[in-house]
Structure formats: C-alpha cells, structure tokens
Design a protein around this ligand. Structure first.
Ligand SMILES: [Mg+2]
Length: 384
C-alpha cells in the first residue's frame, strides 16, 4: 500500500459564534492510498493556510515526505516527519500537523486490518487497573461547560442551566469554566454546580490561566477542595512552572494543564518541573496517538492522570475515545456535549461518532478511528 494524496479541506459553521461553541475554519486532513483506504483527522487550532502549506498536496512541507510511502506502521512515518523538522520547526504548528498525520495513519491501519484503532494501540487489557468513573467496557466523557456571556450573573445562570440539562441526559462528569471571573464567582459556581449534580458525579473547574500569585490560587483551591473538585485547570500562565509546582505541593486538589502542550518532552516538564498531576494532551496537538501513548509511559510511574483535552469536534473525539480505551490512567476525557450548544456543524459531526449512553461511550467496534465524513456534510460546511 502506498500513500497517493494528502489533502486539506476547511470546514466552518455558516455563522460561527465562539461563545456558543461555534466551529470556525477547522482544517481537516485526509490521506488517500492506492488501495482505496482513506485516513481522516482534524487539525485543531492550526490556521488553515498553515495546514495547507504543510499538508495539502505532494509539494507541501510534509506531503512531499508522505506521498509514495507505505502508511504502515504509523510510527515509521512519525519518525520520518519528526526528524525532517530538526533544523527549523520542532514544535508549534508543524508538530500539531504531524499529530494529525499520525491520527490519519492509525485510521488507515485500522481500516486495513478491519479493527478499531484501540486494539492496535495495545487493547483494553492495558487499562484494566484504572476504573474510577465507569466500567471496564466503557470510557467516560466529561462535559465542558461555557457561557454565552461572562458577567457574574450570566456565568452562574447560563453554565448551571447547561449542567442541569446534561445531568438530566445522564452525563456523569462535568467541567465548569468560570473564565476571567472573580474568586467569589468561581467558588459560587462550583458550589451550585456540585449541588445540581450531587456528590457522585465528577466536577472539575477551569479558570483559564487566571492568576499570577500562588496565594490566591491556593486559597481558592482550598475552598474548592471542600466541594470535592476533581481537578483545577490552568490556574497560571502556561510557562509559570514554578508557580504550578508551588501550588501543587500545597493543595489537596489535583492541578491540571497541558491543553496546548506538544510532545511528551513538554509534558515531562509540566509534570517534573511543574508538579502537574493531571495532564491534558489533545490527540492531535500532542503529536498524535503515537506520541500520546508514549506520554502514558511517563505519566503512569509519576502517578499522574492523563485526561485528554478535546474542545473540538467529533472528529477529534473519535480519536480520543481510542486513547481513553487503552489508558490505565484516564478516568475521563474532555467532550463538547453538542446537545447544549448551537453549532450545527458540531452537532452534525457528533452524530457520526460513537453514541453517549448513560454518560458513557462503549468501546468502539468500527474499523479505524470509526468516523467517515458524508459527502453532503462536506458540501454543506466546506469553505476551503
Ligand atoms: Mg482549558
């Protein structure tokens, strides 16, 4: 089997609204082979023009290294692409594009063997030790909750309304997002959300890189600990690793970070220098499923949890489910519950993925990552 084409298309909601989880200019990669098998991935947070320069066609930065190659096994081409970046682009957007290539290659590999990708990544046996929120034959999405508006009253009413709606649909895990909010708003929202979902369901809090001093973060974390908060996400700017280390040494609440972190090496810094004990790789951004699996081998002996970030569409979710299925330290992964957001593209992509039943996703059975884009969806949402 040989790769014959690498192609980028761009999907968008007709009127994307970021406050309503609208999807704007999402680059989507397809890798085609001479046996008619096609691999799929999205490329979260890379501008489409960059994704095209890196991957669209045989003359693109990576396209020239992929076309004509055997796509199997994915690790071989991961190494080929990564080493090609040594002299100029080892991180950033190029690395995220490499991650998308890797997901698409695993998709091809799974379709070739007619098996779901998680079986090829190691299978479920690897994960048997870690069951916090679910059962052995399922993985657990946590719903990230945002507001339309961000003043005190709107944050409380809009986010609680979404928490309640999703609780009623059976979801078991939630993350509220009091971004740029005062301390009292953060604690009040957490208190009310805990009241809504009861003691059993998982609740996390993301404050979006809010503080610069450890004292404030520590006093809020202590108050959140009383509400049994599963983790507190990104209290400090990304590079403030000493602040992360200081906080995590003093608080009972797990500290989470890493939604934009690339490669296992940056995660090693987060864990060892930053004391972060919940790391949040995106399956594309980190460098693909191949790199995410390597990260597991570093996180596990450190006692860290790997709870993937996934604030994107059902295409990324499809890949994330396979990682969650093999991980021994992934009690939950991020999920955009399209039911409570307005984005029609997000809803359409969600419907293509594995269903959520009683707050859980069963182990996937379809070959590859298990998601195909129908032509009518592409025709409707394609903008480039
Ligand atoms: Mg976040």
């Amino acid at each position: 089997m040989r790769i014959t084409q690498t192609q980028i298309m761009v999907l968008s909601d007709p009127q994307p609204d970021p406050e309503d989880a609208g999807v704007s200019d999402l680059a989507v990669l397809t890798i085609t082979t001479d046996e008619g098998i096609t691999g799929l991935s999205e490329i979260f947070s890379v501008p489409p023009g960059v994704a095209k320069a890196v991957l669209d066609g045989p003359d693109s930065f990576f396209g020239r290294l992929l076309v004509g190659q055997d796509p199997v096994p994915p690790e071989r081409l991961w190494k080929r692409l990564y080493e090609s970046m040594t002299h100029g682009a080892r991180r950033g957007w190029a690395l995220i594009c490499l991650g998308a290539v890797d997901v698409a290659l695993w998709d091809i590999y799974g379709k070739l063997l007619q098996r779901p990708v998680y079986e090829l990544l190691g299978g479920r046996a690897f994960a048997e030790a870690q069951i916090i929120t679910g059962a052995r034959d399922e993985v657990i999405p946590y719903c990230t909750i945002i507001s339309h508006e961000w003043d005190h009253k709107s944050v409380l009413t809009q986010q609680l309304a979404r928490v309640t709606a999703l609780r009623d649909l059976g979801y078991r895990a939630f993350k509220i997002e009091p971004m740029n909010c005062a301390v009292e708003t953060i604690v009040e929202l957490a208190r009310l959300a805990r009241q809504e979902i009861g003691p059993e369901r998982l609740l996390a809090v993301d404050v979006g890189y809010l503080w610069n001093d450890v004292g404030t973060a520590l006093s809020v974390a202590d108050r959140l600990a009383e509400l049994d908060i599963f983790f507190l996400e990104t209290p400090f700017p990304t590079d403030a690793l000493p602040a992360y280390a200081s906080l995590s040494a003093k608080t009972r609440v797990r500290i989470a970070a890493g939604e934009h972190t690339v490669t296992r090496w940056e995660f090693l810094d987060l864990m060892d220098r930053g004391g972060v004990n919940v790391v949040q790789p995106y399956m594309t951004t980190v460098g693909g499923l191949t790199e995410a699996k390597r990260l597991l081998d570093l996180a596990r002996p450190r006692g860290a949890l790997v709870c993937p970030g996934n604030w994107s569409t059902g295409i990324l979710s499809a890949a994330t489910v396979h990682f969650a299925a093999i991980s021994p330290c992934t009690p939950c992964f991020e999920f955009v519950a399209a039911e409570v957001y307005g984005s029609p593209l997000r809803k359409a992509l969600r419907e293509l993925g594995e269903p959520v039943v009683d707050g859980a996703i069963a182990l996937p059975t379809r070959p590859g990552i298990g998601l195909e884009l129908p032509a009518d969806l592409i025709n409707h949402y394609r903008v480039g």
